[in-house]
Design a protein around this ligand. Structure first.
Ligand SMILES: NC(=O)c1ccc[n+]([C@@H]2O[C@H](COP(=O)([O-])OP(=O)(O)OC[C@H]3O[C@@H](n4cnc5c(N)ncnc54)[C@H](O)[C@@H]3O)[C@@H](O)[C@H]2O)c1
Length: 448
């Protein structure tokens, strides 16, 4: 087993190199601050902007990463989410301030290196751009923005200010996904020629998010921040102008992987969807989406199906890449991962001995032989697995990659260019549903 240790402490040798260089007046990276404090320590001063569900997930992952000092939290829900995050960080010994308005935070907190933006999608562009203008590096949750105009503003601000921006497609830093892309697909070519992809995120029926009635945000505050009422504040994903519905919320993670693993964005998309189950008055975006992308890769055409449904959770979420030699099912949820050899493909023994995949047990092989009772039946081949043991919180490696890139010791796994490319592909699905026809992408529209 390759044990993936995502602990990113700068080791002693590199630490000495870093401090010696700083002493000699050499700046190793444009992103290493030149003031005395940060050049001799690894500490990064961080603010959390948006302390809701995902903000708290990211905060908890950061608490497992050494040398991250939270200096501020900011959230308009002062009496609930903001208070929770503030109290927890205090408990962990962070010396920090709490704010409702991020502009006040930027005006008062002069010691920040970076901000983590986990507000609703329609706030991302404004928050990310203003934070960059204030000199901060930004970890911005996906979807980069609910509009392409917003996403473009983030790309342009990153180029203008030279700040680093990591977009929160955290699978880009997940050791299982990195192993599959680098070793299994690119180097070993284990799947052969990839022809088809099938992916999904299926969820059961869920009631709308509620809130403790005595903790409601005053209407005047809600309106100041773009929400009509508390229901909209809690369920912003479903509203046009605020989020993008499940295809953007969930699909963006996986459609991002399609382009990554195929080394190219799609050339067209066709999609069917609607608000079929929920009340369209409060669920403006489609609750059911079935989409098919077409890709032109160096090896030929790939057709990629993706669905997100919100009425049944059958088989959860995964992506399956199918080639003429084998199939890979991958998911952030480790239990779903498996690699399957086509019976006609050459033996995989060498890839097993090189540690690319782990062979199925003898028991699993026997089950396969027994199962073939009729020549017409197609039986799933026994499952190879991946040689990686990854037990960290899902978002930790992506955050570490961001922090280490600020320190000049790593390169961002999901910079704005990638986030933008994915936003173009994903936002187009909603357009294709509305247009009721295939929409072609112009190659240039993926780049700014
Ligand atoms: N990468 C992932 O796996 C993942 C998972 C879930 C959510 N997300 C993303 O994280 C972001 C937040 O999602 P969530 O589920 O935490 O939503 P949420 O509604 O639970 O939390 C959003 C928080 O932002 C606060 N907020 C709203 N507007 C604000 C403003 N102008 N200034 C300060 N605070 C403001 C709200 O009060 C709330 O506490 C979204 O962009 C979402 O797409 C990513």
């Amino acid at each position: 087993m390759i044990k993936k240790d995502s602990n990113t402490n700068i080791d002693r040798r590199n630490f000495l190199k870093l401090t010696a260089a700083a002493g000699a007046g050499i700046i190793l990276s444009p992103y290493i601050k030149t003031n005395a404090q940060s050049s001799v320590t690894n500490d990064l001063n961080v603010a959390l902007l948006g302390t809701g569900s995902q903000g708290q997930v990211l905060m908890n992952a950061c608490l497992k990463i050494p040398n991250i000092k939270f200096k501020a939290v900011c959230d308009i829900w002062q009496d609930y989410n903001q208070k929770r995050a503030y109290r927890l960080l205090k408990k962990y010994g962070h010396e920090l301030n709490a704010y409702e308005d991020y502009r006040e935070m930027l005006a008062k907190e002069k010691d920040l290196d970076a901000v983590i933006v986990a507000t609703p999608d329609f706030w991302h562009a404004k928050h990310a751009v203003d934070c960059m203008e204030a000199g901060l590096h930004v970890y911005c949750e996906k979807e980069m923005s609910n509009t392409l105009e917003g996403a473009r503003q983030i790309v342009n601000a990153a180029r203008r200010t030279g700040r680093l921006v990591q977009i929160g497609h955290q699978r880009r830093s997940n050791p299982n996904y990195i192993h599959c892309y680098n070793n299994l697909i690119q180097d070993a070519g284990l799947l052969g020629k990839i022809t088809t992809i099938n992916g999904q995120w299926n969820r059961s029926v869920q009631p709308d998010n509620g809130w403790p009635k005595n903790k409601a945000i005053p209407n005047s505050v809600l309106r100041k921040y773009g929400f009509k009422n508390m229901n909209q504040h809690r369920n912003w994903r479903w509203y046009k102008g605020l989020g993008g519905g499940p295809i953007v919320d969930l699909g963006s993670h996986q459609i991002d992987i399609y382009s990554w693993f195929l080394n190219t964005p799609p050339v067209s998309v066709i999609a069917s969807g609607g608000t079929d189950y929920y009340d369209p008055a409060t669920h403006e975006w489609y609750d059911t989406v079935l989409a098919t992308f077409k890709y032109k890769t160096d090896h030929g055409i790939v057709r990629a199906f993706y669905q997100t449904i919100t009425t049944n959770s059958n088989q959860g979420y995964f992506e399956t890449f199918m080639g003429d030699q084998g199939a890979l099912t991958i998911s952030e949820s480790a239990g779903r991962v498996g690699v399957f050899k086509e019976a006609t493909a050459p033996a995989w023994d060498q890839w097993v001995s090189k540690g690319i995949v782990v062979a199925p047990s003898e028991e699993a092989k026997k089950v396969e032989t027994k199962a073939i009772l009729d020549v017409r039946e197609t039986v799933a081949p026994p499952k190879h697995t991946l040689p990686i043991e990854f037990n960290d919180p899902y978002h930790k490696p992506h955050l570490e990659n961001f922090f280490n890139s600020i320190r000049g010791k790593d390169k961002l796994n999901c910079p704005v260019e990638i986030g933008y490319e994915t936003a173009v592909a994903v936002l187009k699905v909603n357009e294709a549903i509305k247009a009721k026809r295939e929409i072609r992408f112009n190659k240039n529209e993926f780049h700014i």
